[in-house]
Design a protein around this ligand. Structure first.
Ligand code: ADP
Ligand code: MG
Length: 541
């Protein structure tokens, strides 16, 4: 993990502005640190020599203290503001990226996105508030201090110049060592969230099978606790060693100066100046070390957010001819996935004629749903291409293409809205009569149009949900531009004969229908069968 992700600097103007302001504050701080030490040394040396302090000297020292406090306050304020700006910027961008209709590829896991948008990015506060300011000071103050010491005592300057890089190197080493621990802690947290979500989703299944999930949750929770304690232990240990090491370095300088002052080789004032300044060279590094661990979770979250922002986007603008008059040609369309040797969709070659009714068949896991994802433009084929009337779908404008498509997925994706609004999703201007007719044709004549559904239509039966999904497609074909109906096999057992009738009526409306089917009735009603995942290519009945 880099201390500062270059992607963040490139992407965020707030970060760049903050860095510039922070450097200005850092330079001022470095100057004040040196001035403060010089004035203090002078003041104390005068006291030892029995001379009283002048008003100017006292004012100077007071000014230095005030300026230092003021600069620290400004730095804190700037960091706070930068953190807020970056967090809200990333939240906006991640939301937009996840919702982008042109996004191609797998949809990011809900728990990951929710975790990131919530507490994940909040972990940037300690990073911006504590770590980054110290990083800037570390880059500026020690070098200035070493130069200032060198003007007075070369030996001390050399001692600091040699030991300081050792401390920094040590810090980097500790950072590398702890990185995995912090990563694992973040992963464990994510896993805990995802696992809890899964348990809640599957609570009823688990109940029926007599499984109590407390033990499993406790295990994942324990794992998170263990990773946290490990990370904490590492943080305390490395903090301790860092402090010890820099204290020894300062002691080295102090002993050499003390001996020289006692033996009369050095005056008190320059000796005090160097002595006051030496710890200042180590201070920002030590503080950075102290805040390093607290800030790493934020760095991880930011990296995760930036990963989500780098996605494959379908930027094509080509207009696809209407499927009503153009065939959809699958030209050796195949999909492979990273980390899997076997393709998730073995190359399929077939021609889907306008107005035909095609059944996609193949064993579970052979890639039927994946092929529909490709046709919808959610996934890019890894090999081959989909051509619609001579236009490659890869270069097509996805929004315009999807207006031609009516999709009935396995899970219909119902919104918390009225039945009518859910059916009307693809044809906003349809009248209530049209909606009612579509519902009746889909086999759900008794569903009241104004009934408001819960999220995902949880308060409907599986069959009713399916029928609302089919009604949606029917309406989109009747009222809208939808010319290609893509239907995935229903998850729940349904009246396949009734569904085949609906599909045939869709085809009679002039739509091209591609349906993933297992049921004999549906396959028998189709004009063509495309076998997915097999060696055979196209079977025409
Ligand atoms: N998001 C995903 N990540 C990784 N593998 C996936 C994903 N979705 C599906 N797969 C894999 O792709 C293969 C084909 O899946 P799918 O198209 O859903 O099959 P089918 O619909 O024919 O049952 C399966 O082996 C499945 O495990
Ligand atoms: Mg499937």
């Amino acid at each position: 993990m880099k201390p500062l992700d270059p992607r963040l600097v490139r992407r965020s103007r707030a970060v760049r502005r903050y860095l510039a302001a922070s450097v200005a504050v850092g330079v001022a701080t470095a100057v004040v640190v040196v001035a403060q030490a010089a004035l203090l040394a002078w003041l104390i040396a005068r006291g030892f020599e029995g001379r009283s302090a002048t008003a100017a000297l006292l004012t100077g020292v007071a000014l230095c203290f005030t300026a230092r406090a003021g600069l620290a306050w400004v730095h804190a304020l700037l960091s706070e503001r930068a953190s807020v700006a970056v967090k809200s910027g990333l939240r906006d961008e991640v939301t937009a990226a996840v919702l982008d209709p042109r996004r191609v590829g797998d949809r990011p896991e809900a728990s990951r996105v929710v975790g990131l948008l919530g507490p994940g990015l909040d972990a940037l506060d300690p990073y911006f508030g504590k770590f980054l300011p110290q990083l800037v000071l570390t880059a500026l103050v020690p070098a200035t201090v070493v130069v200032a010491i060198a003007t007075t005592d070369l030996l001390a300057a050399v001692t600091v110049a040699i030991t300081l890089p050792l401390v920094v190197m040590f810090l980097v080493l500790v950072g590398k060592l702890t990185r995995d621990k912090v990563d694992r802690r973040y992963e464990a947290l994510q896993r805990l969230g995802a696992h809890f979500g899964d348990v809640l989703d599957g609570l009823r299944v688990l109940k029926v099978h007599g499984r109590r999930q407390d033990a499993g949750l406790r295990k994942v929770g324990d794992q998170h606790r263990r990773e946290s304690v490990k990370a904490l232990r590492m943080a305390f240990l490395s903090g301790f060693v860092l402090e010890l090491f820099s204290t020894i370095c300062v002691a080295l300088v102090a002993v050499s100066i003390g001996l020289r002052v006692v033996e009369g080789h050095m005056d008190l004032a320059p000796g005090l100046f160097v002595l006051l300044l030496a710890p200042e060279a180590f201070l920002p590094v030590r503080q950075m070390g102290a805040h390093f661990h607290a800030s790493q979770e934020g760095v991880g979250a930011a990296a995760d957010a930036l990963d989500l922002l780098e996605y494959d986007r379908a930027d094509g603008t080509a207009t696809v001819p209407s499927v009503a008059g153009a065939p959809v040609v699958l030209d050796a369309v195949g999909v492979t996935r990273d980390g899997r040797d076997v393709p998730v969709l073995a190359p399929v070659t077939a021609t889907i004629e306008p107005g035909s009714f095609v059944a996609l068949t193949g064993p579970s896991g052979s890639g039927k749903s994946t092929l529909l994802d490709v046709l919808l433009g959610f996934l890019r084929p890894t090999t081959g291409r989909v051509m619609v009337g001579g236009v490659d779908l890869a270069g097509a404008d996805p929004a315009a293409w999807r207006r031609q498509v009516a999709w009935v997925p396995q899970v219909p994706g119902l919104l918390r809205d009225s039945v009518a609004a859910n059916v009307r999703l693809g044809a906003g201007d349809a009248s209530d009569d049209d909606v009612a007719r579509a519902l009746a044709d889909a086999g759900a004549p008794d569903l009241p149009l104004d009934r408001v559904l819960e999220d995902q239509g949880r308060d409907l039966s599986a069959g009713e949900r399916r029928r609302v999904g089919i009604a949606r497609a029917l309406l989109a074909v009747r009222r809208g531009d939808a010319r290609l109906v893509l239907m995935d096999e229903p998850t729940a057992g349904l009246d396949a004969a009734a569904e085949a009738t609906v599909l045939r009526s869709l085809r009679d409306l002039g739509a091209t229908v591609v349906v993933v089917a297992h049921h004999r009735d549906v396959v028998a009603a189709a004009d063509t069968t495309i076998a997915v995942g097999g060696r055979q290519e196209v079977t025409v009945r």
